[in-house]
Write a protein that binds this ligand. Structure first.
Ligand code: NAP
Length: 256
């Protein structure tokens, strides 16, 4: 099978797991992965295989893209908080009659020694944070930091890949960094900045969980923002790991 004869798999990415899936599919000779990135980052990490960048323009435009590029399977490997694109993918695949395999990685669970505090959403986390600490590691990505802009009675270490969108909290320092992060790095970061509370989305997965382990070791509270519900649908196959996803994509391609 030449490359152009291979069945096209659209990988909706923008995550560490998306890169892993792209690498695994690009190494196979029975599929042709095209990874789609939203285009939010100034320097997206390297992705194996073909890449396209930018929003599709909505569900109907995604249906058109799927038809035009003869996509046979869509893999949703986006972040659990990226509910817009996941909902579009669910609707578009149903309309196009194309199977959708979605990675729904489990959320994190607290273990003995963790001091976790749930937050319903980022606004709720912002309203709670100063009651838990005064030096905050805010590790929620760059897009929604504005939810904390009104919190004047705490200092924030804002960690993101690119500078966050304003407005920002009055007292802050910016740390531009890209995960995955190792436990030792996280321990050092929390100590060096005298962090006394960590705020995170319940992203799940291994790439960014070390901060939770470091917080437990140091006895720090963690505000964990609950994840929004994932879109449901009849034609969606959900899997919990990237290995399962690659296997499910291969099975789906064989059936098409
Ligand atoms: P979102 O709210 O679900 O998406 C908003 C719009 O952005 C979508 O309707 C779509 O535009 C476009 N879009 C998003 N992901 C896309 C993709 N992979 N390929 C093409 N278009 C995409 O998404 P978000 O929360 O802004 O996240 C954007 C990207 O960052 C996602 O790829 C996600 O995996 C990654 N990411 C997000 C988070 C997070 O916390 N939200 C964390 C880490 C990584 P159209 O309707 O025009 O197609």
């Amino acid at each position: 099978m030449t490359r152009s004869d291979r069945p096209v798999v659209l990988v909706l990415g923008g995550t560490t797991e998306g890169r892993e899936v792209a690498a695994a599919l690009a190494a196979r000779d029975d599929v042709r992965p095209i990874t789609s990135l939203a285009g939010r980052l100034s320097r997206p990490g390297a992705v194996d295989g073909e890449v396209r960048t930018g929003g599709f323009g909505g569900t109907d435009e995604l249906v058109e893209w799927i038809a035009e590029h003869e996509v046979e399977v869509v893999a949703d490997v986006t972040h659990p908080f990226a509910t817009g694109i996941s909902a579009n993918a669910a609707r578009a695949c149903a309309k196009a009659g194309v199977p959708l395999i979605a990675l729904r990685r489990p959320g994190w669970t607290a273990t003995a020694g963790d001091d976790w505090h749930p937050a319903a959403d980022l606004a709720d986390a912002a309203s709670q944070v100063a009651s838990l600490g005064r030096r905050v590691l805010l590790a929620i990505g760059r897009q929604e930091v504005a939810a904390f802009a009104g919190v004047d009675d705490a200092w924030f270490l804002l960690r993101a890949i690119d500078p966050p969108d304003p407005p920002l909290p009055r007292h802050h320092e910016l740390l531009l960094a890209r995960g995955p992060f190792a436990l030792q790095e996280e321990r050092t970061l929390l100590r060096e900045h005298a962090i006394d509370v960590v705020v995170t989305k319940d992203s799940g997965g291994d790439a960014t969980r070390a901060k939770l382990d470091a917080a437990r070791e140091l006895g720090l509270p963690v505000l964990v923002v609950r994840r929004p519900p994932a879109p449901q649908g009849d034609g969606i196959t959900t899997v919990a790991t990237t290995d399962e996803l690659v296997g499910a994509v291969a099975d789906a391609v064989m059936r098409t």
